[in-house]
Design a protein around this ligand. Structure first.
Ligand code: AVJ
Length: 321
């Protein structure tokens, strides 16, 4: 299975390496230093994220899977027959498999991901387990305009955006992204979205600072990655992981804290850190069910149905246009 390259994304003249360097230089030059969260996911970072999802404190993944298993028949009945399912940022196929067992008359599954190799290998294993399903991967950045493959059935199109990835965007950007999904999917589309919920601060803090230190390694891997790929000289032992729920913004913030005053060199530049100064590495917004429904409405979607677990830890929403 070869991924289709979307032609709607303009060919950019900067290489991914150049873009990575530019983004890090911009982030380290800011008053509050920051690194875009998308850079967590090199090969080591992706493995560490998988390990995070197995930590007892990290409830989102297993809770969302439980909701998908329970609501699967309901979701299947909401989708029109012979629908095409488009997953934004498909990554591993663990979650969509839980839906696919219920969506037995799906016309095609369209995984969309920037990582072409991963996309191809995941599509191949999936096609072994669902031999009747037409799988049509698209190698694209889902935040940018792209076109769906030619030759999808005339059936309606449904989007799938699990994992509370929506929480990594500032709420106005999250609304823009939901509206963008509506344009990509077209008129009459549905969208199934997984959204993490606001809850007790101690539960949230623990989920992003597990006792085994896996999330800490995930966060610190950013510095190793910058050293490896861009030739910087970060001393990772001089930084510490910090993650906490900030209730005013309703978000988890992750930072790397400089444990002493120090300088770091990168591309002939030096960046100074005061002791205690931080690099902001991630935001993970948490919504109430009504708060997320309002955001979806703002982006032009109607909320068909919302599901949660018994402890109200996580939510899944079916939206329609
Ligand atoms: C799956 C990207 C939404 O915010 O919970 C997990 C990433 N960061 N632990 C999340 C993450 C630290 C995760 N997302």
């Amino acid at each position: 299975i070869n991924p289709v390259f979307t032609d709607a994304t303009p060919v950019s003249s900067v290489t991914p390496e150049q873009q990575f360097l530019d983004d890090i230089l911009v982030g380290l030059s800011a008053e509050q230093k920051f690194i875009p969260a998308k850079y967590f996911y090199d090969e080591i970072g992706s493995d560490l994220f998988e390990a995070i999802t197995r930590q007892p404190e990290y409830y989102p993944t297993r809770t969302e899977i439980g909701i998908l298993d329970a609501s699967g028949p309901d979701i299947a009945s909401l989708l029109p027959s012979r629908a095409n399912l488009v997953e934004f940022g498909s990554g591993s196929t663990v979650k969509v498999r839980r839906l696919l067992v219920h969506l037995t008359d799906l016309a095609a599954y369209v995984p969309v991901d920037v990582s072409e190799n991963f996309l191809r290998s995941e599509a191949e294993t999936l096609s072994r387990d669902f031999p009747q399903l037409s799988i049509q991967p698209v190698a694209a950045d889902f935040t940018r305009p792209f076109t769906l493959p030619d030759g999808l059935s005339d059936g309606a199109v449904a989007g799938f955006f699990p994992g509370s990835t929506i929480g990594n965007f500032e709420p106005p950007q999250a609304a823009h992204l939901l509206a963008h999904f509506g344009r990509v999917l077209g008129p009459g589309a549905s969208l199934i979205v997984g959204v993490d919920l606001v809850k007790d601060k101690t539960v949230l803090d623990a989920a992003y600072d597990d006792a085994a230190g896996v999330t800490a390694r995930f966060n610190l891997n950013l510095l190793d990655r910058i050293n490896r790929e861009l030739g910087a000289d970060f001393d990772r032992s001089a930084f510490a992981h910090r993650a906490y729920f900030a209730p005013e913004a309703s978000r988890i913030e992750m930072h790397l804290v400089s444990l002493r005053a120090q300088d770091v060199s990168l591309a002939d530049r030096r960046f100074s850190f005061a002791g205690g100064e931080t690099i902001h590495t991630e935001n993970s917004y948490k919504y109430t069910i009504d708060g997320f429904r309002a955001l979806a409405a703002q982006a032009g979607w109607k909320v068909a149905k919302s599901w949660t677990d018994a402890e109200r830890l996580f939510s899944v929403h079916a939206l329609t246009r």
